[in-house]
Design a protein around this ligand. Structure first.
Ligand code: PDD
Length: 437
């Protein structure tokens, strides 16, 4: 399948995408990048990636051609257009294409940065067979530059490191500086002693991994002990366990270092458990949303009690249906969703589009939140002029919760207990009706 990619404002088939040969990314590796994982069709930890991107750009005095909100919209569009359920979104910003090759930076006023994004479909990323057996690493000297905290596209040495590892029959290389492990070629490195997780603290020596931050947070929440300090390669070889983290591997056990098996040479207890927690928590937190949606969702009160069954009878339904008979289009959408087995995200987008036909309704978000599937809906109308209501079916427990919104917007969120199956989802959504008060 030909992918749709994004190049400087345009969505194009990958075969038609073009970048100038004078682009400074191409000539000078003068650029930064991000890799964001996608699970269940949703972006994992997008905000953290956007924040790190901002920092990388600032450190290199490079301008972003778009806002972070626009970047999110592009990510979402590409995930949808390429039907990515599990995989990655690659983003790259370079200092643009001046008229000629020159070491001096071009004037950002006349030479805009280049922005390129593409998706990589990777079914089985989460349920990886490799994670069940773990990987082998070898150690190599870390001869990279001194600002590894900036996520630049200068990846020649990490690529060479991977090749050295491959030739040695290993999967990856851990890089060593002054006898201490800095990180893997494209991941952060950890060892485990007893139940203590040891990893190098953040500094200019390593990339401040987004997965690292999340995993350490989850580990703390799970009462695991964490020590952020440097460790030597010799210490690593004597550890009970080791693992790496990154957006493309999540948490991956390391079972061998320089030919020395760790423990019994199989993944221990800590790394697989952390992988499980990471995937579970990330999936729950992955909300497909605007910033405004996120702020509001963060304040969403969980329902204090189970909702009582109040299945709507036909007459009641008719009175709350919009006069324009829009429910039929919803039914159609639901049917399409069922027939074509769209992903939940596609189904959600269709529903969102349907809802968006209504004056003043603006869909801000959809996604999982604490085991529930949410569509967050904002209306710009004044309170009482347009209310979104939900019919509650005994089987599906569909409910809406007004958002505790500080903004001038009136917010409502429709929260649906997620039942894994798309058909159930479609059935649940078919119960949503709009009430024109
Ligand atoms: N690499 N360290 C290095 C050198 C990396 O290149 C990466 C990510 C990480 C982990 O960062 P994060 O958890 O934010 O993915 C650490 C990406 C995945 C890549 O280059 O493909």
């Amino acid at each position: 399948m030909t992918r749709t990619v994004y190049v400087n404002g345009n969505y194009l088939p990958e075969t038609e995408a073009k970048i100038s040969i004078f682009d400074r990314g191409f000539l000078m590796a003068d650029g930064v990048y991000e890799v964001t994982s996608v699970l269940d069709g949703k972006l994992i930890d997008f905000d953290a990636h956007a924040k790190r991107l901002r920092r990388s750009l600032d450190e290199l005095d490079m301008a972003s051609p778009v806002t972070m909100d626009e970047l999110l919209a592009i990510h979402r569009e590409l995930v949808l257009q390429n039907k990515v359920e599990e995989g990655l979104v690659y983003l790259q910003i370079t200092r643009g294409a001046p008229a000629d090759r020159d070491f001096a930076f071009p004037d950002p006023e006349t030479v805009p940065s280049s922005l390129v994004l593409f998706t990589q479909n990777k079914p089985g990323l989460a349920d990886s067979p490799v994670a069940r057996v773990g990987i082998k690493v070898i150690s190599i000297e870390d001869i990279r530059w001194g600002r590894r905290d900036i996520k630049t596209i200068q990846l020649l040495y990490p690529s060479m490191g991977k090749m050295i590892a491959k030739k040695a029959g290993a999967d990856d290389a851990w890089m060593i500086q002054d006898g201490h492990v800095t990180e893997g070629t494209s991941n952060n490195a950890y060892i485990v002693k007893g139940r203590k997780i040891i990893t190098r603290p953040r500094s200019n020596d390593i990339l401040h991994g987004i997965t690292r931050a999340a995993v350490l947070r989850f580990a703390k929440e799970a009462q695991m002990e964490i020590e952020e300090r440097r460790f030597t390669i010799d210490e690593a070889k004597e550890a009970d366990e080791a693992f790496i983290t990154s957006a493309s591997t999540f948490v991956m056990p390391v079972v061998e270092i320089d030919g020395v098996a760790l423990g019994d040479g199989t993944p221990g207890k800590v790394a697989p458990r952390l992988r499980e927690i990471y995937l579970e928590e990330s999936r729950e937190a992955a909300i497909w949303q605007s910033e405004r949606g996120q702020a509001a969702l963060a304040t969403l009160p969980l329902p204090a009690r189970k909702y009582k069954s109040t299945a709507p009878d036909t007459a009641a339904r008719q009175t709350i249906l919009p006069k324009s008979g829009k429910l039929s289009s919803l039914s159609r959408i639901v049917r399409i969703s069922q027939n074509r087995l769209y992903s939940n995200v596609m189904a959600a987008r269709n529903i969102a589009m349907w809802l968006a036909q209504f004056r003043t309704v603006d869909i801000a978000a959809s996604g999982y939140w604490r085991n529930r599937f949410l569509i967050a809906v904002w209306t710009q109308a004044k309170l009482g002029t347009n209310t979104i209501s939900a019919a509650i079916d005994p089987l599906i427990r569909l409910f809406i919760t007004p958002v505790n919104s500080e903004s001038s917007d009136l917010g409502h969120q429709i929260s649906i207990r997620w039942k894994e199956r798309l058909t159930t989802f479609a059935a649940q959504i078919s119960m949503v009706v709009i009430r024109n008060a």
